[in-house]
Design a protein around this ligand. Structure first.
Ligand SMILES: NC(=O)NCCC[C@H](N)C(=O)O
Length: 411
């Protein structure tokens, strides 16, 4: 292991004391959701935006009350757009869309180049509707419906955990599998590449690599990473992340964990999150069937390049056992969601498993999941309850809505 966590950023676990986090306060992009587009944009309903903002502000305040520094993604993006390179790259990326046509593309290129940093952030996150453009009119604008999007909104920006994840002192900008989300990581990558706060931060992965989503990546312990493989993160994505982690000396074991390819279990963090150094809250309906392949290096890195590393893949073993063995602990204790299978199913759907640890044995959770929260407390976990009736309509909880940038190291 060569890398260490630096003072300004980095995390080597899910539970080290949280110092800095990136959130996204929901805004205009949520007002774009309609019953006709919400499925495609990966929302299960139409949130009441004002209430979602109140819930989110209370979430952010709960973190600040615990001395966590809250950074907002759109502030970082707007500050990043002080750089003309960032503006140029962001505009080029969004205009690569095959839906635009040359007339519209030329018009938008000029309009976006003239936009202020804040206006550019707004256009790239809330999207641009056909009836909102003042020029570039022609074949494409005539044939599209007035409320068709020329640039799609990004309502899932709310889930900042998916678009980047820190692994020790490196940031993995992820690669999102669903078309509705792929543009999120273009923006995240610009922030990490060009925002002065992250100057010098080394990046692994990237939005054009094989698919890996942050919600699938769990830092079980220093040197041990679990990665869910399912609807979002692919086997090739896990292999890429493992190669990068091994090559950078960031991990000794990566657990590849197949999960059911279903909406309710889209990421590993929808069924399992850590609440202590040796405790997870877990969906009991999958706990006994969840398995993991331990991936390790067959030979030392030496002077091999990342692609030359030889990986050893162990046969599948029960997840909790494989995890404990890799973590070097006797047992990874499991706290169940709900009391019975039906309650567990209801509370898992409402993100009862998706907790954000602020420190060992302190976790933020949606208040609505009464039984899971009671079980956490019985197990000695302090639960910081937040409201999430509107926030949850995108199917994500406190962990999905937060990207820890700095945690105290456990190693
Ligand atoms: N880590 C997570 O589970 N994130 C929640 C993502 C929800 C979002 N609506 C999506 O479908 O991608």
């Amino acid at each position: 292991m060569t890398a260490t966590t630096t003072a300004g950023w980095g995390a080597d676990s899910e539970v080290g004391r949280l110092r800095t986090v990136v959130l996204h306060r929901p805004g205009a992009e949520l007002r774009r959701l309609t019953p006709r587009n919400n499925d495609r944009l990966l929302f299960d309903g139409i949130p009441w935006v004002g209430r979602a903002q109140e819930e989110h502000d209370a979430f952010a305040q709960a973190l600040r009350d615990r001395d966590v520094e809250v950074l907002y993604l759109t502030d970082l993006l707007t500050e990043t757009f002080a750089s003309s390179d960032a503006r140029r790259d962001a505009i080029a990326d969004v205009l690569r869309s095959r839906h635009l046509g040359d007339t519209l593309r030329d018009y938008l290129a000029d309009a976006l180049a003239d936009a202020s940093p804040a206006e550019l952030t707004e256009a790239l996150t809330a999207g641009i509707r056909n009836d909102e453009v003042r020029g570039g009119h022609g074949l494409v604008t005539s044939l599209l419906a007035p409320d068709d999007f020329l640039v799609d909104p990004l309502p899932n920006l709310l889930f900042t955990r998916d678009s980047s994840v820190w692994v020790r002192d490196r940031v993995a900008v992820t690669s999102l599998a669903m078309p509705a989300r792929s543009r999120e990581t273009q923006l995240t990558e610009l922030i990490y590449a060009l925002h002065p706060r992250f100057a010098g931060a080394e990046r692994i992965h990237g939005w054009q690599n094989e698919y890996v989503e942050g919600g699938d990546v769990l830092l079980l312990a220093p040197g041990v990473i679990a990665v869910g493989v399912g609807e979002r993160s692919t086997p090739a994505g896990v292999e890429r992340l493992a190669r990068q982690a091994f090559h950078g000396g960031l991990a000794h074991t990566v657990l590849a964990v197949p999960i059911a390819q279903e909406r309710a279990t889209m990421h590993l963090d929808t069924v399992c999150t850590m609440v202590d150094v040796d405790k997870v809250v877990m969906y009991p309906n999958v706990a006994d069937t969840l398995r993991a392949h331990a991936v390790t290096l067959a030979e030392p890195v030496g002077d091999r390049s990342e692609s030359e590393l030889v990986l050893r893949v162990a046969p599948a073993a029960p997840f909790l056992e494989a995890a404990a063995a890799a973590m070097g602990i006797e047992r990874l204790h499991r706290i169940d969601t709900g009391l019975d299978p039906v309650t567990a199913e209801r509370e898992q759907w409402d993100d009862g498993n998706n907790t954000l640890a602020l420190a060992p044995r302190v976790a933020v959770a949606y208040e609505r999941n009464d039984e899971t929260n009671a079980r956490l407390e019985e197990a000695g976990i302090e639960v910081v309850r937040i409201a999430g009736s509107e926030l949850g309509s995108g199917r994500g909880g406190p962990r999905c809505m937060s990207c820890p940038v700095l945690r105290d190291p456990l190693a």
